[in-house]
Design a protein around this ligand. Structure first.
Ligand SMILES: NC(=O)c1ccc[n+]([C@@H]2O[C@H](COP(=O)([O-])OP(=O)(O)OC[C@H]3O[C@@H](n4cnc5c(N)ncnc54)[C@H](OP(=O)(O)O)[C@@H]3O)[C@@H](O)[C@H]2O)c1
Length: 394
């Protein structure tokens, strides 16, 4: 972080994916801490009107829209004084490497978030990472880049934020295991047969979190938890054997860390992404912001269940990929993104999502230490394989 990021100073934030669920929550966090956080750069993809509204309200130094049609539409608009519209392939790189930027929140959905995260780390910036797909695809390379550039990588996922907070009760070598909690999604308790005819509308109704469509479907298949297992494996450098998942439908306990002496430390708060976003942006400070507070007088009981791996095979895929590493993360991630898109377009059934991911993963050309270019090529290949698989079924 540059000098203005010291405790007590205003941090200038670049938000990649400012029009999404995490991006707009980040702007709410900034609303509550106007003397400590400032929106300095905003990127969107297609929702240019929302981006323009954000620009008028927050007066960032830079904005950009990555979708060419949205960029064209924005170019015809009057920008607020002090805001520059950036266009073209270098726009995100210009924003994240601006010397005035203290921290970059990467909240683009999917593999499209890799480039911005990579460029921010290359510029030595602190990155608050919501875009878990980057770590799933290229965890070892991303962590190595952060190490080389002495750049901090702070989790935004509520589970990983909880682990970071709980880990501070001991030394890394004293961690026996971490336990990621999962709400179980809208279909918790159902059998496989009951999931055969699930529609996109049903899968898009999450019981505890309000999120973008891709992660909401991932939560329904438990692929989101699979991706989080892989994320935790690389972000915290933990052997996969030290990572467990437990279903906790209330989404209050965001994860546990168990230490070698048997002590278990957890982080709890109502389900509200503003808190982990704020923690990453103001790290290591805790400030009084706008995150939801626990209603202690309404508390009754918290429940736990073991995950049902037969009904939700995506979770087993996550553990397998965390163990094998190499090219597996990029292939699983690309296949899943394509499969989720196809499910939302009603081209495949809900249960086909983990099925096609398994098939594509099983017949890819595995290598143990892939270069970034190889991972990007495999991301493309796995999407094509999903489309090929669908074509054979239609
Ligand atoms: N939502 C949550 O509660 C939550 C929690 C933990 C982690 N995450 C992670 O955070 C990330 C964002 O999730 P979300 O729920 O906020 O997603 P979202 O609501 O769908 O928002 C995605 C954002 O990415 C932009 N975008 C989409 N495609 C893009 C592309 N090809 N290139 C550049 N930008 C693109 C979108 O722009 P437009 O809208 O302008 O098209 C939007 O700003 C995901 O990786 C997710 O796993 C989310």
């Amino acid at each position: 972080m540059n000098s203005s990021a010291a405790a007590g100073c205003t941090r200038r934030v670049a938000i990649l994916g400012s029009t999404g669920s995490i991006g707009t929550s980040c702007l709410k966090v900034i609303d509550h801490l106007p003397t400590r956080l400032q929106a300095w750069g905003l990127s969107a993809h297609s929702r240019w009107e929302e981006l323009l509204e954000q620009a008028c309200r927050y007066r960032p130094r830079y904005i950009t829209a990555t979708d060419p049609a949205a960029a064209q539409a924005l170019a015809l608009q009057k920008m607020p004084v002090g805001t520059q519209l950036l266009t073209g392939e270098d726009a995100i790189g210009t924003i994240v490497s601006d010397p005035d930027v203290d921290i970059v929140l990467t909240a683009i959905v999917g593999a499209a978030g890799l480039t911005g995260t990579w460029l921010a780390l290359q510029a030595g910036k602190t990155v608050a990472i919501a875009n878990k797909e980057t770590l799933v695809m290229a965890g070892p390379l991303v962590m190595e880049l952060a190490r080389q550039k002495n750049a901090k990588l702070l989790p935004v996922d509520s589970e990983h934020s909880a682990i970071l907070q709980a880990m501070q009760s001991g030394q890394p070598c004293e961690i026996e295991r971490i336990v990621l909690t999962a709400s179980g999604g809208p279909f918790r308790g159902r059998t496989r047969a009951e999931l055969a005819d699930i529609t996109p509308e049903q899968a898009l109704k999450h019981p505890t979190w309000n999120m973008g469509p891709k992660i909401t479907i991932d939560s329904a298949t438990l692929m989101n938890k699979a991706l989080e297992v892989i994320e935790a494996r690389w972000l915290f450098g933990l052997e996969p054997e030290k990572i467990q998942v437990i279903i906790h439908p209330e989404s209050i306990i965001h994860s546990f860390v168990e230490f070698t002496d048997g002590s278990i430390v957890a982080q709890l708060s109502p389900p509200d992404m503003c808190l982990p976003i704020q923690y990453a942006l103001t790290y290591p400070e805790r400030l009084s912001g706008g995150a939801k507070r626990m209603k202690w007088d309404e508390l009754r009981c918290w429940n736990f269940q073991q995950p049902d791996l037969e009904t939700f095979p995506a979770l087993a895929l996550g553990f397998e990929v965390a163990k094998r590493g190499g090219t597996c993360g990029a292939v699983l991630n690309g296949a899943n993104e394509a499969a989720v898109g196809a499910f939302l377009d009603r081209r495949i059934a809900f249960l086909d999502i983990p099925r096609v991911c398994r098939e594509v993963l099983d017949h890819h050309n595995y290598s143990e230490r892939p270069a970034l270019s190889e991972l990007i090529a495999l991301d493309r290949w796995s999407r094509q394989e999903v489309l090929r698989w669908i074509a054979t079924k239609e």
